[in-house]
Design a protein around this ligand. Structure first.
Ligand code: ARG
Length: 652
């Protein structure tokens, strides 16, 4: 596969200013014109309105038919909204504040009373304090089959106990219709996730591994939410280092087309050797600098050599993606080259670009260094490319949410690029309105010594080796457990893949991404504690319970009835129902660890249910219902695995 050939593309005749005038009401117009019926239109409009106003949550419920969907929290919010309108008719814009309860008074609570009280107390209200407001909110609730009972506590919290019949029915509905009915509904149609993005001919390091794992999960969560996701590999395939690499390639391989991966060997070593040559031989340096000019001028031979170097790197990267099962679409830095001059010209016309020490820069309020958009030698840089890429994503790809996954070290760069885009009017001022750009930063991977992760003998960790080791360790454990005699070779291989790669991914994703974490094979491959291995085994155990029952679960789903009579059944049911709001939170805040916490808790709550003799599954008179509860747990666990990019296993 060849990358885009930017040098053959004539510089794009674009004027970002003009184009943005055309798109000034973006992103409202495309979906409105696509709406076919009046109700469609209403739906699109109200979805977009929420897009513009609501900031905390991405769930929007606009039509009757959507009302019974969405998370429990969102459904309760709807009910409380009705009550709030009646309780305080003069305060029309009060957003219901609903939270899951941790105490024993209810499952959820409405926290509006106190805030409302401070709003209305000076305005001649008949209420005498927050508890009375809470009491009124409670009394004005419309009847709903969701709610079993309500009570007011302390300074006006309205506690809600959910109806266990409603809970059971909702879970059974999910089983029959599929877990997609619990997917979030973000107010965007198209998103770009810019992730992985290693640099050609340079090392793909653990930072890129983190970006690949986190970015893939975020893309999966958005895809689950029916967002069209452009999974972008923004590889570093441009820059002055290519002059040096190309010249070195010509020197080593007079017939450079022979320079295959095997002939060159390690591209990183090749890079180092060429750098050495560049630094020590002025004549070579001169030729290398000329090579950059000729490459940028589009000379065929140079362009081919460049494409060849890119291809060798690409094959290396691909080995990592293949093991991780991650799919990406490459649009490297070079792709945006033709767009840079037009974008900079547009920004200049807007008066944003200034001259500073020979360079052209954008000054950003609150940041003490300017954003350099044209270097003093007239060349473009990382920031110029990112501005052009952002412009392209907004205008050509019509993305409404653009997400960049890199280490926290690049936070300031993105902060400045986004601020420049706001100054230019490409993005709205507020951080929570759309179109929107988000930087998803992450911390370092540390070794046992607490320093940046490295292997013992080599300077850098080869990611492929790392993944291979995770797999071979989990394979060894399977053999130790005697699976070699019981399973086919293929079963061993696929299970070792799932466990090994799953362990590496989960060990990364379970931490808040901003914190550093220590890479430790023994820890991540432990079958106890909060690890992928423990969770994958827990899932396989549930599957084996269902298998052992000998029942046709599809049939039970449609003919049987799920009930949540026992406390442990109800606790499990409640946690299952909370999947929708958790995945919504993880997606809104771009935090995969929220989903990991949920998954681990689910497995703990399931264990409590399953190990309770009062909740015996097979052979009890509640067998059908409890098997359905097992199945629902397995379905939700599988969805979590799927969103985390982990392949489930079905037997151990
Ligand atoms: N290639 C860069 C690096 O290795 C990451 C690129 C991130 N994406 C972007 N649009 N700047 O650090």
């Amino acid at each position: 596969m060849l990358t885009s050939l930017p040098l053959l593309v004539p510089p794009a005749p674009i004027s970002p200013l003009l184009t943005f005038n055309r798109l000034s009401h973006f992103p409202f117009s495309p979906s409105i014109s696509a709406a076919t019926s009046a109700s469609d239109l209403l739906r699109v409009v109200s979805r977009r309105l929420v897009l513009a106003t609501k900031t905390q949550s991405i769930t929007t419920m606009t039509t009757q038919e959507e009302e019974c969907m969405g998370s429990v929290k969102a459904q309760l919010a709807k009910i409380f909204e009705t009550s709030l309108k009646v309780t305080v008719p003069n305060e029309p814009d009060v957003e219901p504040l609903i939270a899951a309860c941790t105490g024993k008074f209810g499952d959820y609570q409405c926290n509006n009373a106190m805030g409302l009280w401070s709003k209305i107390k000076g305005k001649g209200t008949q209420f005498r304090g927050p508890p009375a407001v809470g009491e009124a909110i409670k009394n004005n609730l419309p009847t709903s089959e969701m709610i079993e009972s309500c009570s007011v506590a302390g300074p006006g919290f309205v506690n809600v106990v959910l109806s266990k019949n409603w809970m059971a029915k909702s879970i059974q509905k999910m089983l029959i219709e599929g877990i997609d009915i619990w997917a979030p509904m973000p107010p965007v149609k198209t998103a770009v996730v810019d992730f992985s993005s290693p640099n050609i001919a340079k090392e793909m390091h653990v930072g890129h591994l983190r970006s690949t794992i986190i970015g893939d999960t975020l893309a999966r969560m958005l895809e689950f939410s029916k967002v069209k996701v452009l999974r972008r590999n923004h590889v570093g395939d441009w820059g002055t280092q290519f002059g040096m690499l190309i010249e070195f390639l010509f020197e080593k391989f007079p017939n450079f087309e022979d320079a295959t991966e095997t002939a060159i060997g390690d591209l990183q070593a090749f890079y180092k050797a060429s750098k050495l040559r560049f630094d020590s031989d002025p004549a070579f340096k001169e030729r290398a600098q000329q090579a950059v000019v000729r490459l940028q001028g589009g000379e065929e031979k140079y362009r081919r050599a460049w494409a060849q170097i890119c291809e060798i790197s690409r094959n290396e990267f691909h080995k990592v993606y293949q093991r991780l099962g991650v799919h990406l679409e490459e649009k490297g830095e070079s792709f945006y080259n033709p767009y840079i001059p037009g974008v900079i010209e547009g920004l200049t016309k807007q008066g944003l670009v200034e001259e500073s020490q020979g360079a052209r820069v954008i000054f950003i309020e609150g940041v003490n260094i300017p954003l350099i958009v044209v270097k003093s030698d007239g060349g473009f840089n990382y920031a110029s490319t990112d501005l052009a890429a952002l412009w392209y994503r907004l205008n050509e790809e019509k993305a409404e949410w653009i997400i960049y996954v890199t280490d926290v070290g690049q936070q300031q760069h993105f902060d400045m690029v986004f601020k420049a885009a706001k100054l230019a009017g490409w993005l709205p001022q507020g951080d929570n309105s759309y179109p929107r750009a988000s930087h998803v930063g992450f911390g370092l991977v540390l070794g046992e010594d607490g320093k940046r992760f490295r292997t013992r003998n080599t300077e850098v960790v080869r990611l492929v080796d790392l993944l291979d080791e995770a797999k071979s360790r989990s394979k060894a454990t399977l053999i130790e457990r005697g699976k070699g005699e019981q399973w086919t070779e293929e079963e061993i291989e696929s299970t070792a893949d799932a466990v090994g790669y799953g362990a590496v991914k989960y060990a990364d994703l379970k931490n808040n991404r901003l914190t550093n974490y220590t890479f430790n094979f023994d820890q991540m491959l432990n079958d106890k504690g909060n690890t992928a291995v423990y969770l994958l085994y827990a899932h396989a155990r549930i599957c084996s319970i269902i298998r052992r029952s000998g029942k046709d679960i599809e049939e039970l789903m449609n003919k049987g009835t799920l009930v949540l009579d026992h406390k442990d059944e109800r606790d499990l049911g409640l946690h299952l129902l909370q999947f929708a709001e958790v995945v919504e939170e993880a997606t809104t805040n771009l935090l995969p660890n929220v989903l990991c916490d949920y998954l681990y808790n689910l497995s703990e709550i399931f264990s409590k249910f399953y190990s309770n003799p009062e909740c015996k599954v097979i052979g009890s008179d509640k067998e059908t219902s409890r098997l359905l509860l097992c199945e629902a747990t397995a379905v939700v666990m599988r969805k979590c695995f799927n969103l985390l990019g982990i392949t489930p296993i079905y037997k151990i």
